[in-house]
Design a protein around this ligand. Structure first.
Ligand code: NAD
Ligand code: GLY
Length: 372
């Protein structure tokens, strides 16, 4: 396991971003050393039993300090270790969580803690949404991607072999505790995948943040603590605002899926786990930017800026050769599709996005240029 240094890593005060969802609202706490501190979990009800759900990669790194902190809030803390990987985000692995909950006598007050990346977070959240019709859970994200996106907003679920995140539920956590120190052990490829979801927020919601990313990409790749901290906080602020306006994706929230329509087709088409989620989204954003240009929404120069930033982040800008028919068939299953019509997030101008249909012929042009 490589351990990178978070360069110039002073202990900043904890920052909090609030998700304003009334009685389902919660804090996102961002800081250093949070996992091992009982106070990071203030506000989570004390209960007889807590279950830490993680995987075999993250458990040896972070389970012990978390369990020690949680023992101050819960009389008993049990650990569930799932197999690692996107290809395990399925029914069989979900059932391992239910088996363990039943084995340990979990009841409706048991709190689940999702310790890991987006895969662990999405599955634990779905288990919490459905076990005994709903139990509380806390997100403790340990990848950059999970800290800036998947741990926030309450989307939970698993993949179906034919489609990404096809089975799931909305279930908000009680809190998100993002410990920036965990990013020191993240493999380089995973760091870059996380950058994709950070880059996403610029074109859809904040042109200034896009400019900041252009300026600070090298600092983020070098894991400079101040840059990572700002990127995580700004991403969470943007996501918090979108989710507060549209928790269940009646409209606005769909913009968070920029790049995901093409991206999910890449993930499913290649088999889950072949490309990382962030890699597929990165390439999907380049394709969706090109589509935005072809539909007359976005100046070509802006699409080029998006592609350049993604390429500088070491992320793919050319898709796999799945063939246009497979791309189209997979995208027709996308959750945003209506009556078989695929709807794409198109960028209108840097910082603003819309949901639009597109003629198949134009989508084929995009695929011919970028995706085989
Ligand atoms: P991941 O959960 O597979 O984690 C990536 C890898 O890093 C795994 O091997 C994991 O074990 C390892 N890892 C985790 N933390 C580590 C650490 N600190 N040090 C070393 N290794 C560590 O992938 P991800 O990119 O975090 O999440 C992708 C998933 O998130 C996808 O399934 C995607 O669909 C989902 N997602 C969900 C939402 C949502 O709103 N719910 C949003 C975006 C993405
Ligand atoms: N990642 C998309 C969403 O949370 O809506």
């Amino acid at each position: 396991m490589s351990v990178f240094t978070l360069s110039e890593s002073p202990r900043y005060p904890i920052e909090t971003v609030d998700i304003a969802l009334g009685e389902r609202g919660y804090p996102i706490r961002i800081g250093n050393g949070l996992i091992g501190e009982a106070t990071s979990f203030d506000g989570v009800p004390k209960s007889a039993l807590a279950m830490v759900v993680t995987n075999t990669t993250v458990a040896p790194l972070y389970a012990q300090p978390l369990i020690a902190a949680l023992r101050k809030r819960h009389a008993r803390v049990e650990l569930i270790q799932l197999p690692d990987g996107e290809h395990h985000k399925d029914w069989a692995t979900l059932n391992l969580i239910f088996d363990a909950l039943l084995t340990h006598g979990a009841d409706r007050k048991t709190v689940l803690y999702a310790l890991g990346g987006g895969v662990v977070g999405d599955m634990t959240g779905f288990a919490a949404a459905s076990y005994m019709r709903g139990v509380p859970f806390v997100q403790v994200p340990t990848t950059l991607l999970a800290q800036v996106d998947s741990s926030v907003g309450g989307k939970t679920g698993i993949n179906h072999p034919r489609g990404k995140n096809m089975i799931g539920a909305f279930h908000q956590p009680l809190a998100v505790v993002a410990d920036l120190d965990t990013l020191a052990t993240l493999p380089e490829r995973e760091l870059r995948a996380g950058l994709a979801e950070i880059i996403k927020y610029g074109p859809i919601a904040d042109a200034e943040f896009f400019g900041w990313m252009e300026e600070h990409l090298d600092a983020l790749l070098a894991r400079e603590a101040a840059a990572l901290r700002y990127a995580v906080r700004r991403s969470c602020e943007i996501k918090a605002e979108v989710v507060a306006h549209d928790e269940r994706e009646a409209g606005l929230r769909a913009i968070l899926n920029y790049g995901h329509t093409f991206g999910h087709a890449i993930e499913a088409g290649l088999g889950f786990g072949t490309w990382l989620h962030g890699e597929a989204v990165a390439c999907g954003m380049v394709m969706a930017a090109d589509l935005s240009v072809r539909l007359g929404h976005l100046p070509d120069e802006s699409a080029q800026r998006i592609a350049r930033l993604i390429e500088r982040a070491g992320l793919p800008i050319v898709g796999p050769r799945l063939g246009a028919e497979q791309y189209l068939a997979l995208m027709r299953l996308d959750k945003k599709a209506e009556d078989g019509e695929i709807r794409f997030v198109v960028v209108d101008s840097l910082g603003h996005a819309l949901l639009r249909g597109a003629p198949d012929a134009v989508v084929r042009e995009v695929i011919a240029r970028h995706g085989g």
